[in-house]
Design a protein around this ligand. Structure first.
Ligand SMILES: Nc1ncnc2c1ncn2[C@@H]1O[C@H](COP(=O)(O)OP(=O)(O)OP(=O)(O)O)[C@@H](O)[C@H]1O
Length: 303
């Protein structure tokens, strides 16, 4: 079984701490690495691929350090985020060259198999420069799996894909995961991750913020305190009523309305209309103040 272990891993670039004391374990199946831009996802993936040594801590595959051991690379496939590819060659030539780099005993058969897996056989003899973004992604994927690795790492693979290409890649990752491979892909979109990942690891500002299946991550996100700005026909009376009703931890009367920090999101949203109606107050606007992904993530870190 291919198990990647990260033990108290940090990585810094000069005085930028990109990854800060992260410990996690990746097992066979599909894991999603979720986090906003700059969270340290790419740095983490590059370390797992063995291309970058950690500044502190250890990254191992089956107990072997991932950096500096060519025999471990045979077990890893990486689909990087970068777009650039040699585009004056055909998909077939590109995948075959990678098979040869791995010194596989039968590079042609391996390239054929990898191209068939990503369903690119029909387009394999065309130059890469004529491929769509999704096709390029598939050929990159074929080069990453040409040596039949037990671990597959993908950095933001869904970026820029249309819904059909997205579905195709999701099915492929499912299939590869079901075959017992350890698959990790990064994304900054929760919906994307929860559709395919059995397990989700959340990174924020270099730190490991949460981990669990999508239900747990959803629960963490919906049960956090929510902030609203409410405008009504009588903000002062509404503020008093909201304080009296409970399920809030802070109420403030401001120029643009009543600022409310709700501790129990569901209870508050349910109670508010009745609270207002009972006092003859008209609600003009209920605006969430912190629904951005960033605020969700920073809540997860602050817990
Ligand atoms: N080679 C580098 N030199 C200096 N700083 C870097 C380097 N690579 C990454 N960083 C910094 O490290 C932090 C984490 O970057 P990283 O690319 O790992 O995050 P990410 O979650 O993958 O973000 P994105 O989705 O935007 O790529 C950022 O602050 C970034 O600016």
């Amino acid at each position: 079984m291919a198990i990647i272990d990260l033990a108290q891993v940090s990585r810094w670039y000069g005085n930028v701490v990109a990854v800060n004391d992260v410990s996690m374990r990746l097992e066979p199946g599909v894991t999603g690495l979720l986090g906003p831009n700059g969270a340290g996802k790419s740095t983490l993936i590059t370390m797992m691929a063995g291309f970058l040594p950690p500044s502190a801590g250890s990254v191992t595959l089956g107990g072997r350090p991932l950096h500096g051991d060519p025999s471990v690379y045979r077990e890893i496939g990486l689909v990087p985020e970068r777009e650039e590819m040699y585009d004056a060659v055909t998909g077939w030539t590109f995948v075959l060259a990678n098979a040869r780099l791995h010194r596989l005993p039968d590079p042609e058969a391996a390239a054929r198999r990898a191209i068939a897996t990503v369903e690119m056989a029909d387009a394999q003899d065309r130059d890469i420069r004529g491929y769509s973004k999704g096709m390029k992604q598939r050929i990159k994927m074929a080069t990453a799996i040409v040596h039949d690795p037990t671990v597959l790492l993908l950095d933001e693979p869904f970026n820029g894909m249309d819904p059909r290409q997205r579905l195709h890649l999701m099915e492929l990752l499912h299939r590869l995961g079901d075959e017992g491979r350890t698959i990790l892909f990064s994304s900054h979109i929760l919906e994307e991750v929860e559709q395919i990942a059995g397990r989700i690891e959340v990174m924020v500002a270099g730190r490991h913020a949460a981990s669990g299946d999508f239900r747990e991550i959803r629960r963490l996100m919906t049960q956090r305190p929510h902030q609203y700005t409410i405008r009504s026909s009588d903000d002062r009376a509404l503020a008093a009523a909201v304080i009296g009703a409970g399920s809030t931890s802070g109420v403030e009367l401001a120029d643009d309305g009543v600022h409310v920090q709700a501790t129990d999101f569901a209870a508050f949203v349910h109670a508010l209309p009745r609270l207002a109606a009972d006092r003859g107050i008209r609600l003009l606007e209920v605006r969430p103040a912190d629904e951005s992904l960033e605020s969700v993530f920073s809540y997860l870190v602050a817990r």
